[in-house]
Design a protein around this ligand. Structure first.
Ligand code: ATP
Ligand code: MG
Length: 396
């Protein structure tokens, strides 16, 4: 079985389209997301000028004597971590070597079959350790009740829509987690079951515990049972996280407001950290304390992203964003107003803000923030300006 991957196919000839038509239904790709596009290298370069690149791009050389230039144009807009498999018409070891030098992961001479492509993808990720791991985002409330879980849930949903890749939301607040209510879901198994016997956990079992919320987002819910289950241990949480990262491009961790070995570990190790606070003195103190603990370990480059939430709930007495930032030594990356009608309505419906109030400014700010966190350019729906795009246009 090929690990979870998003694979784009740009096929330029009818023959290749016909030979690879069955690829999407192939059992070995059951975990992968496959997206087919018409056109070859030039079409791929134009497409990625305005859209995030997936882990694997299978692209066919449409012909012409400027192959190197077309490959360079693709390289300009392609994430360097993406692997490119090129289908072409020349079966020559020298061409193959030159293409490898230009960053092509593998070259498949025509005619190609589904088995050829599968073999090439398998070879890229044959080592379990080489299988791509999704990014992690830990969400932590500076104090209880500041809206950290609401933010984590909305970010997970918005990131899935933005990436169009699998995202997993892990509700690790085993005693008081709200995910079942917020997403209006029912769970047979929860994070408590997954963490009760972590040594038994593998990708297949975890897949069974996850509840599908939509095409992109899956949820490992918390049982919300203050009395039940064991307290999770660091090893179990690490194992759960490693498996989840193999199944998703982004894993969002909703952490309980509880300081212990595993919460501290996740706060220091997560790729991204969103720190949610309301603009008052106790929150300011907690943000400062946490910054002092985490900054030496995470470093400036991985500094927490501060989210000021419920702003203007206490308009006359709250700290201003400027004062908060100056004293906390951290500028807010996102500021969300106190809006009980908007948040209450979404909570009552069991929906995310982007579903029940898509055009609302707060929903759009959350979507933009989610796109920033994924580290992939926002898909504006139309190609962004690029040299490749303009050249393409002039040529046309
Ligand atoms: N900007 C906002 N305006 C109005 N209500 C909000 C806002 N953000 C969150 N809320 C509401 O605040 C309540 C608490 O939110 P949430 O459960 O996400 O907080 P939390 O920080 O995760 O709490 P806990 O410490 O219990 O885990 C929810 O009812 C949520 O809908
Ligand atoms: Mg919470």
């Amino acid at each position: 079985m090929i690990p979870r991957l998003t694979i784009d196919l740009f096929l330029a000839t009818a023959d290749s389209r016909q030979s690879l038509a069955g690829l999407a239904r192939h059992g070995a790709l059951a975990r992968c997301t496959l997206r087919g596009h018409d056109g070859g290298l030039a079409a791929a370069a134009t497409h990625y000028a305005g859209a995030p690149t997936p882990q694997v791009v299978v692209v066919e050389d449409e012909g012409g004597d400027d192959l190197a230039a077309r490959l360079d144009r693709l390289a300009e807009v392609c994430d360097p971590a993406s692997r490119v498999l090129l289908i072409g018409g020349v079966n020559d070891i020298h061409v193959y070597r030159r293409l490898r030098d230009r960053g092509v992961s593998d070259y498949l001479p025509r005619p190609v079959s589904a088995e050829h492509v599968l073999e090439a993808i398998r070879a890229l990720f044959h080592d379990a350790q080489a299988a791509p791991r999704g990014k992690t985002l830990a969400v932590w409330g500076a104090r209880g009740g500041v809206g950290a879980s609401t933010l984590a849930q909305n970010l997970a949903w918005a990131a899935g829509r933005h990436l169009r890749e699998p995202v997993i939301y892990l509700d690790l607040d085993l005693a008081f987690g709200t995910s079942l209510l917020s997403f209006n879901l029912e769970a047979k198994q929860t994070a408590a079951d997954a963490l009760a016997n972590p040594e038994r956990l593998d990708e297949v079992l975890l897949e069974r515990y996850l509840i599908e919320y939509d095409e992109h987002l899956r949820v490992l819910a918390a049982p919300a049972d203050p009395g039940g289950g064991h307290a999770p241990g660091l090893d179990g949480v690490e194992r759960l996280l490693d498996l989840a990262r193999r199944l998703a491009a982004l894993v969002v961790l909703d952490l309980p407001h509880q300081w212990c070995d595993w919460t501290r570990h996740l706060l220091t190790q997560a790729d991204e950290l969103a720190l949610v606070a309301t603009p008052d003195l106790p929150n300011l103190r907690e943000v400062k304390t946490l910054r002092d603990i985490l900054e030496p370990v995470r470093g400036q480059a991985a500094a927490a992203r501060l989210v000021l939430n419920r702003v203007d709930a206490y308009r006359k007495t709250q700290l201003t964003a400027k004062d908060f930032a100056a004293n906390a030594g951290l500028a807010p990356a996102l500021t969300l107003p106190f809006d009980p009608l908007l948040f209450g309505d979404a909570a009552n419906r069991g929906q995310m803000l982007g579903e029940c109030a898509k055009t609302h400014r707060t929903a759009q700010a959350l979507a933009q923030f989610a796109a920033q966190i994924t580290g992939k350019a926002a898909d504006t729906g139309k190609p962004a300006w690029s040299v490749a795009g303009v050249l393409q246009w002039l040529k046309a």
